[in-house]
Design a binder for this molecule. Sequence first.
Ligand SMILES: [Fe+2]
Length: 303
Amino acid sequence: MNIAERQAMPSLDSIMSAIERYGLAQNALELMTYGFTVVSPATLGVTDAWNERLRDAMVAAYETRNDVSIDVRTSRITAAFYDPFFDEDAVFIEAATNPANLALVRLMLGQGAVLRNMLIIMKGPTADAPDDDSALFHNLPLHVDQDVEGIPMGAGQICHRLNCTWICTDQTDEDDGPTVFVPASQHFGHRVLPHDTDIANTPYPLLRLEAKAGSVVIWQGGTFHSALPRTRPGLRISLNQNYTRPYIQGRNASSYIPNSPRLSPELLDRHPELKRVLGLSQGEYRDIEQREDGVTPLFDPYA
Ligand SMILES: [Fe+2]
C-alpha cells in the first residue's frame, strides 16, 4: 500500500512524494533519528560550478561590505555576518529554494516552514583567530541552536527549528575545522548542561561532519553541536539557512528576513517559491493541497 498515493493527507502526501522523487529517504530517517544528515550535491542537483557561484557570491558580499579583496585559499580572516540579500545575487534565491532541501525542511517543520535568516561564516585558521567576537567560532561551546530563538527543548518530539547549511568548501577531515554533532541529542529533553559544553571534555559521543563542497548538512534546533579548530590554510566557508515553524517569533524576530524592508514586491512576485518560503504567501499554496472531497483535518501537523 502506497499511502501517499491515496491522498488522504495532502500536506504530507506531497512531502512524501518529493522525498521519493529526490531519493531522500535515508536523509529523512537520519534527520528524524540522529538529528542531523548530510545531503550530497548530486541529491541536491547542484554541480561544482554552482557551488563556486554560491561561494563567490558570499565572498563578494563580504568584500563589498568591508571594502577589501580576499583570496579564499590564503586568507586568515574569520568573519560571520547575516543576510546576504536576494537582490545581490540570484544564487542566494536558488540556495533558499532548492527543492530537495525544502522537501526535508517541510517534512520536519510542515508546509508553512519559514526561512528566518541566513548567516555566512568564513572561518580561517584557528592560529590566526582575531581577538574579537569572531573568535567564538574557534572555541565554540557545545550548544543547541534553539537557544537563539528561546524555544523550549521539550522532549524532541516536535522539531521547531532547522539549520540547513550549504558547505561551500570541503569539510572532509579534522584539519578543515568541521562541525561536530552529538547523535540523537535532540531527544535528550534538555539543553547542553553548563559543565558539558567543552568538547575536549564532554561525556557525549561526538561525530565529525564529513561533507564535500556543494553538500547541505541539516540539523535540528535541539541537536547538540560544536566545531573543531581549523588547522588548514585558507577559509572554511558555509551558509547557514535557518528555518522555523511559522508560529515561532523568537526574541530575534525583528531581524528576520521576512521583516526586512529590503524585500521588494517585484522580486517576490518574480519568485513565488521564495515568497512562500519567507511566509509571505500564507493561504495561497494550501489551495492546491486540499483533499478532493473538501474535508479539512481538524489538526494537521504537516500544514
Ligand atoms: Fe549552532
